[in-house]
Each structure stands twice: as C-alpha cells, then as structure tokens.
Design a protein around this ligand. Structure first.
Ligand code: ADP
Length: 628
C-alpha cells in the first residue's frame, strides 16, 4: 500500500510537545496548548492588568493618608499634601493607561488566536473524511469554529483580565490595611472567608445537579420538537391535547427539579452574596471601627482607609461564580477544538495514480466504525461501466456504508476498492471526485445563488450548460419562477422544497458529469408530481453512467442490471431480478412480501408512506435514461 497512515496530529502547530530528552511526549492541557502562539502577549497583558489593579488602589490609599494628615494632632497645611494628591492622580492615570493597554493587548492577541484557530480548523476540516462530516453533521464544525472559538475569546480577552484585577487589588488593599491596624484588617477578611464557606456549601453537589439540569433541559427540547412536529397529526385526529401532554410533563418536571434545587441552596447562596456585599462589609467595619475608635484602639483617621478599601477585600467573592463558569466553558471549548484538530484526516496518496477506465472492483472489503464490530465483512463486488447496481437488504445491513466507500466518505478497514485498476487511496482527491459523484437523500444546498449551487462541481460551466442540466433535471421551470431566476440566493428569502432541492442536486451531479455515481434514492417524495419529476431527473442522470443505487423503489430494483442483497454486512445474494426470483432465496422472499404492498422497502418493512403514482413509468427510465 502506497498511501500513508492517518496522521494523528496533522497540523504543524499541533499541541503535542516533546519532553526534553526523555523521548516521552507530554501533552499540555488543551487550553494552554491552544493559547501557545499568543502566550507571550497574554502574559504581558496580565502583567499590565496587575499593575493597573494595584495602581487603582493607590488613590484610595493616598486619600486615606490625606485624611489622616488633615485630622491628625498637628494637621498638615495644604502644600504638604500636594505630593499625595499628585500620587493619587498619577496612579489613577497609570491604572487607566495600563488597564486600557492590557485590554487592547489581550484583544489583539485573542484576535490573532481566533484567526489562527479558525484557519487551522478550516484547513483541517477540509482534509477530514467526508463521512466524519456527514455523520456528525455541521453541528460539530459550527460549534468549534463559531461558539467554541468565541468562548475562548471571552476567556482570554475578558475573564483572564477580570480575574487578575479581582485577585490583585484586594491583596494590596489588605496589605495596606494590615499596616494601619491589623486587628481590624483581620476583621475585614472575615466576610470573605464566610462568603467562601457559604458559597462552597451552596455549590455542594453542583456537578450532579448541573447534569440533571442539562438532562431536564434536554427533555424539554425533545418534547418541544415532538410537540411542534406532531401537533398537526394529533389535531387531525381530534386529539390536540395529547400533543402537548409530554411537553407539559417535561416542563413541570423541570420546574419541580429547579425549584427544589433553588430551595435547597437558597439560604446558603443568599447568605454568601449578602456577607460579601459592599454595604454589609461597610456596616460591619464602621460599627466595629466606631467601637475601636471610642475605645481609643485606633484614631478616626485610621478608620478612613477601612471604609474606603475594606469592601474591596471581599469583592472577589461577588464575581467569582460567573468567572468560574466562563473558565469551565473555555476549558470545555478548548477540549472540543483540540479533538477536532486531532481527528484523523484522509491520507493523501504519496504515489498518486490516475485510473484507467471506470471499472469498480471491491475485494475482501471490511469496514468498522468503532474498531470492534465489522459493519461490512469480506465484500466482493464488481460494477461494470455503464451498469446499474441496486443495493438492497434490511435496515442496518450496511448499504449506506458500502455505498459511502466509493466517494471515500470512509476508507476500508481491510480489503481494497479500485477504480480503473487503481486503489481509491492512491487517487488524488480532485481526480477521484471528477470520476465519482453522489446524490444523497439529505441534500445540502449552499447559501449561494441557484446557478452557483448547480456549478459546484464545475465552477467554469457556462450559463447555457447550467440551464441544460437544470432542464434535464426537471427543475428549470421552478427556477424561472424564483424572484431572480438563476441568480436567486438560496437560504435567505427563498427555500426550496425537498423535491426541488433534490432535483437541483441532480442538476449539479449532471453538470459535474462524473462517470460513476452513488445514489441514495429518496424514500419519500413530497407529492406524486414531484416524484415523477425526480424520476425523470434520475433517468437523465443514469444514462451511460455506472450507478450504485441504495434502492428503496421497486421500479429501480427490478430494472437494475444487478441486485446485491446485503445482510449483516455480507453479500448474501447477487444477480438479475429474474435469476434471484428463480433462486427463491432472500430476495425472492422480500419481493414476494413487498411487491404487492407498494414501494419496495429493502428492509422488508412497510413504507410509512402509501404507494404513490409515477413509479411504474420511471421503472425503465432509470435503466434506459430516456430523458437524455
Ligand atoms: P443501511 O444503509 O443498510 O441501513 P448502514 O450502512 O447505515 O445500513 O448501517 C450499518 C451499521 O452501521 C448499522 O449498525 C449502523 O448503526 C452502523 N452505522 C452507520 N453509520 C454509522 C456511524 N457513522 N457511526 C457508527 N456506526 C454507524
């Protein structure tokens, strides 16, 4: 085999680092690893923010000193106080400048980090097997590229500096208060300690409660989707109230759980917030301070710094909760981004070869998704150029998996798939996709013009070519009805129906003109008219091509050159319709059971939609490609 093994850490900036000399690879925590490229700038921003926070305390100290000087036994004259005024103003200025600089630097660093991360993600996602992207949908990619990178922005550009500020300033404030009057300074720490104690009591069991919270919210979402999608059905049978029963139960369950949780933590969490509230701290310090002053344990002037700085000592507790949440969210985001960046890519051939012809041959093909259970085992199959092969078999027998191997959504675990005598893994991606196209049930259209959507496989196609394919795919008429015809942007104001989108994807495949085509037949069409149009479009597509169809229609199966029956990932029967019927095996049984019951369901279960018209006409169309 000429191809390289999958890369575990495909990105040059992958976060693995080698531990000095030992040869052991040490993986730093994902967050630190991702921040690597901007760590220097973030460190400077942290330093500046610390200076800003410390400088921000100095004016309060200066004001306290001024108060002390003015109320002392021999009050200072105005001129003697100028240095303190200058100190207060200049440190205020330093705080402002350093704080602004820290924020700006953190944002610039974070901006670069976002750009680098999004580029790395885009580059890496572009090299992932298509199967991975379709399996997990666009959700994972959107989550990483959008939400997770934004969570890192919150963490690096905001939370980090907030945490530095909120931890630094109280330290200096407390240090100063200790120099003024240590007993009262120690008292000022009491609200903080009490707050920490009460807060940790309130948070006891929070992890389990959060998990239950997530599960309860999940139950509401599921019930809401069911409610929204099922209401029409329930109502049409006069049972509208049934539709929302489960939804109401889910919301009541959530409300019960949530109020129980809130009740159990109400006292300690409210007490935690109260004891660190500035007004409460101020009250405590002034009451005790007054006592200290009346007892001559301290002077009135010495009380001033406590009133100015005391509330700051307990302040971190007030903001710690939300910051901890942001830090956790950032860590989770970093883990997800790192996982995606480490997902194995499709190996590109080291010694690329160009196929000679379009004969497809599978030999001893096995495949597993999880490394344990074989979804396909020992499949041998030949697809001769220009023939139609229908894949049938029970649901879960591996039809989609087998078909997905041709466009390299996944690579085989064992065995080989060759096209024109060359292993698929040795064909450069651009060459492969020029030869192998696919039309899947789940049509993905881009937020682009109709014409650009059709042009996807051949961006240089002329307008005439685009229109010719749209006509052949029976979607031209519909396009001309759109506000801007072929220039209409899809996904904004205009959304196509399922059947129209499918015809558009067929026009796309027609224009791309790949000689080999994998087709997952739609199991349900919107209406008979749409079905007839789609069958016409498919006929155009089938003409002269090698077609591998995951067949759900009786018509397709009957007219295929070869029918392949898959069961438990093995080919148990193959041959023409008549031969297989004569053999009286599994296919004959399926056929007997189904051919009177409506559309062919290759898994042997009745289709959820009633038989629609138009299938008969299409039967031989696919085979003969009459629309061309
Ligand atoms: P069919 O198309 O015949 O219904 P599939 O090829 O979709 O069968 O599935 C074959 C088996 O592989 C099933 O057991 C299914 O659960 C499993 N499977 C399919 N796709 C995935 C996937 N992306 N990850 C893990 N298992 C999968």
């Amino acid at each position: 085999m000429k191809s390289q093994p999958p890369e575990p850490g495909p990105d040059p900036a992958a976060p693995d680092t080698a531990a000095g000399g030992t040869g052991t690879r040490v993986t730093p925590p994902p967050l630190r690893a991702l921040a690597g490229p901007v760590r220097g700038r973030l460190a400077i921003a942290v330093g500046l923010q610390a200076v800003a926070a410390l400088a921000g305390v100095v004016p309060f100290i200066a004001v306290s000193r001024i108060a002390e000087r003015l109320t002392g036994e021999s009050p200072a004259d105005g001129d003697a106080l100028w240095p303190l005024v200058v100190l207060a103003c200049s440190s205020g200025l330093v705080a402002l400048v350093c704080g602004t600089a820290a924020g700006a630097l953190a944002h610039i660093a974070d901006n670069d980090l976002q750009l680098t991360l999004r580029r790395r993600l885009a580059r890496h996602i572009g090299r992932l097997p298509l199967g991975r992207l379709t399996d997990r949908g666009t959700g994972e990619v959107k989550q990483a590229v959008q939400e997770d990178v934004s969570a890192l922005h919150t963490l690096f550009a905001h939370t980090l500096l907030d945490v530095v500020a909120v931890l630094t300033a109280p330290v200096l404030a407390l240090a100063y208060l200790l120099t003024v009057d240590w007993p009262l300074a120690l008292v000022s720490v009491v609200p903080l300690l009490l707050g920490v104690f009460l807060f940790s009591r309130a948070m006891t069991g929070a992890a389990a409660q959060m998990a239950e919270f997530g599960a309860a919210v999940g139950r509401i979402s599921v019930a809401a989707v069911e409610f929204a999608s099922g209401i029409a059905v329930f109502k049409s049978f006069g049972r509208g109230h049934r539709a929302h029963e489960r939804f109401v139960r889910a919301t009541e369950g959530f409300a019960g759980f949530f109020s129980g949780w809130v009740r159990s933590t109400l006292v300690s969490s409210t007490a935690a917030i109260l004891v660190v509230a500035p007004a409460v701290v101020l009250l405590l310090l002034s009451a005790l301070g007054a006592l200290f002053v009346t007892r001559d344990w301290m002077t009135g002037a010495e009380l001033v710094p406590f009133l100015l700085l005391g509330p700051a000592v307990a302040a971190p507790m007030g903001v710690v909760g939300p910051r901890i949440q942001q830090i956790r969210a950032g860590q989770a985001a970093a883990v997800r981004i790192t996982e995606l960046l480490h997902a194995p890519t499709l190996p590109e051939p080291t010694d690329p070869a160009v196929p000679d012809g379009h004969h497809i041959s599978m030999r001893g093909v096995s495949f597993t998704y999880d490394g344990r259970t074989d979804v396909l085992s020992g499949v041998d199959l030949d697809l001769a150029p220009g023939t139609v092969t229908a894949l049938v078999g029970p649901s879960g027998s591996g039809k989609s998996t087998l078909a997905s191997l041709l466009p390299r959504f996944h690579d085989v675990t064992a065995g080989t798939v060759t096209l024109g005598g060359v292993d698929l893994r040795d064909i450069p991606a651009t060459e492969l996709y020029r030869r192998v196209g696919f039309v899947l049930q789940d049509v993905r259209l881009l937020r682009a013009s109709v014409a650009d959507n059709i042009r996807l496989g051949r961006p240089d196609a002329t307008d005439e070519e685009v229109e010719r394919c749209a006509r052949a795919a029976r979607v031209h008429e519909r396009i001309t009805e759109l506000p801007d015809g072929y220039a209409t942007e899809l996904g904004r104001t205009v959304t196509l129906s399922g059947g129209e989108a499918q015809r558009l994807s067929i026009a796309r495949a027609l224009l791309a003109d790949a000689p080999v085509l994998v087709l997952d037949e739609a199991t349900a069409y919107a209406d008979p008219h749409s079905e007839a149009l789609i069958q016409d479009a498919l006929s155009a597509l089938a003409a002269g091509r090698t077609l591998l169809v995951i067949a759900h229609r009786l018509s397709t199966v009957r007219s295929a050159d070869r029918i392949v029956v898959l069961e438990d990932g093995r080919v148990t029967e193959q041959g023409g319709h008549d031969d297989l019927l004569a053999a009286r095996g599994r296919y004959a049984a399926l056929w007997e059971a189904q051919h009177t019951a409506g559309p062919f369901e290759s898994d042997g279960t009745p289709h959820h939609r009633p038989a629609t018209t138009g299938t008969g006409r299409a039967a031989d169309d696919i085979r003969e490609g009459s629309a061309r």
